[in-house]
Design a protein around this ligand. Structure first.
Ligand code: CMC
Length: 434
């Protein structure tokens, strides 16, 4: 039982001699948030926080993150325990419905997902329109959004709980099918249909890597590794893509459209797209002779736009706990799969050099989840441009959970304000006189 949201305290703000009382709210873990929603009405003043560096957009009971301590918990459970002891779908259930499922509940949830993995055959026609070489993230965005056309009843977000649950099941189930179809199409291979005897992750691997004419040897290490990676990506409170899902959803756009917007937000290299960029960077360093100092200096040079990809985080000012778990697994996985990736040595060298460099120490810049994830994805056999799709696959339950929570909170439409810095009112000049 949570003891959060005690909303009876007041802080006093002094603006140009005028005192304004603002209520503040305390979270379960003692975090304090000033409630400024009525400030403008009281004083004509707005708060300005470009990039939302210090602005809470919502209260939420899904994920707790302490960036100073390097703590991440979902619904109160430590990420370390969830990664070790759960399947990805159990964590998805936990995030979306608030509790870990009982055995019976899980079986029902799992069966429902297995029953909905097939996508409408007409989806295949959409692929014909993509030019060869289209980035998988662009494809998955439109495919997720297009699901709303196949289920028009989903367009109304104020549906019964059963109908919303069906959309949630469809999204989780079809996402693995769509992601594997994108990969198969990209290499010109026929698609492999879902095999619903397989668990979620195995089904995805089978659809992705099985060749029509040969049986696919499922490697339990790969299944376990992918399970772990998806869990590590499953939710991360109000990040860029999740805030986008909530923002789009706040206009009462349907769930497919809201998730599709989240996928697009994830694509950028400063967010989920970093996993692809990390490998590109490590490869570039390797091809350039492996001199990590040169690239550390580039990252520190304010006149050089280069940044160390996979380093730094808006909220973690300590080692990203997800990166800690991945790093521990990375060596072992590569060894178990019999892979010797020279890029791993570059990554370790780069990490060690950066962690001992005053620039990175002063700014509390540590490796984030994307620093090592790409090395593992590559070892499993995924091409670079599929990495961010895998992030999206992992983040999907988090997006759904946050959308569902937002709906239950009756959140008003998201509509930030601004401080106008343009021209003052001026007289119109006719085109002949300009
Ligand atoms: N390389 C070099 N300098 C950096 C880096 C980096 N990767 N990240 C931050 N800095 C410096 C930045 O230049 C600034 O220095 P100064 O104070 O001298 O101006 C200081 O550190 C603070 O950085 P910021 O840009 O104000 O921090 P932010 O919170 O706005 O940005 C970030 C966070 C993740 C966008 C940024 O650290 C970054 O661009 N990292 C590389 C991209 C990356 O790995 N993204 C994946 C994030 S984890 C996956 C996810 O959850 O999205």
């Amino acid at each position: 039982m949570s003891d959060a949201q005690i909303k009876n305290n007041n802080a006093t703000l002094n603006i140009e001699g005028k005192k304004i009382d603002l209520p503040y709210i305390k979270g379960t873990e003692g975090e304090i948030g000033l409630d400024v929603s009525k400030l403008r009405g009281q004083s004509g003043v707005i708060t300005l926080d470009v990039g939302f560096k210090n602005t809470g957009s919502t209260t939420s009971a899904i994920t707790f993150l302490d960036g100073e301590q390097g703590i991440l918990r979902h619904r109160g459970y430590a990420i370390e325990d969830l990664t070790e002891k759960c399947s990805f779908l159990e964590v998805a259930y936990l995030l979306i419905y608030g509790e870990l499922p009982s055995k019976e509940t899980f079986e029902k949830f799992d069966t429902q997902i297995r029953n909905h993995t097939l996508v409408h055959e007409d989806i295949q026609k959409i692929f014909n329109a993509y030019p060869t070489g289209s980035h998988p993230m662009g494809q998955i965005t439109t495919l997720v959004s297009s699901l709303s056309s196949f289920y028009p009843q989903s367009l109304n977000p104020n549906r019964s709980e059963d109908e919303i649950n069906l959309t949630i099941i469809r999204l989780l189930a079809k996402m693995i099918t769509l992601a594997s179809m994108i990969y198969k199409k990209s290499i010109g291979h026929p698609i492999i249909y879902p095999d619903n005897n397989l668990d979620y992750v195995s089904n995805f691997l089978n659809m992705t890597f099985k060749k029509v004419s040969e049986p696919y040897q499922m490697d339990p290490i790969v299944v376990d590794t992918l399970n772990k990676l998806l869990i590590l990506h499953a939710d991360h409170e109000q990040n860029c893509s999740t805030s986008t899902v909530r923002m789009v959803g706040s206009s009462q756009a349907n769930l497919y459209a809201s998730i599709s917007a989240g996928v697009v937000a994830l694509w950028g290299p400063l967010h989920g797209g970093a996993n692809q960029k990390v490998i590109e960077m490590l490869e570039a360093i390797k091809d350039d002779g492996g001199n990590v100092h040169k690239y550390i200096n580039k990252a520190k040079d304010k006149n050089d736009p280069f940044r160390l990809m996979g380093f730094g985080h808006r909220v973690y000012k300590n080692y990203d706990p997800r990166a800690k778990i991945i790093k521990k697994n990375c060596d072992q996985i590569l060894e178990n799969l019999g892979i010797n990736d020279p890029v791993l040595d570059i990554a370790k060298n780069l990490e060690e050099t950066a962690l001992n460099d005053q620039y990175f120490i002063d700014r509390k810049l540590f490796p984030n989840i994307d620093f090592y994830s790409g090395i593992i994805y590559r070892a499993i056999g995924f091409p670079l441009d599929m990495f961010t799709v895998l992030f999206a696959l992992g983040r999907l339950p988090g997006w759904i959970a946050q959308w569902k929570e937002m709906q239950s909170q009756n959140q008003p439409i998201s509509r930030p304000r601004q401080i106008y810095t343009g021209e003052k009112a001026r007289d119109f000049v006719d085109i002949s006189a300009r």
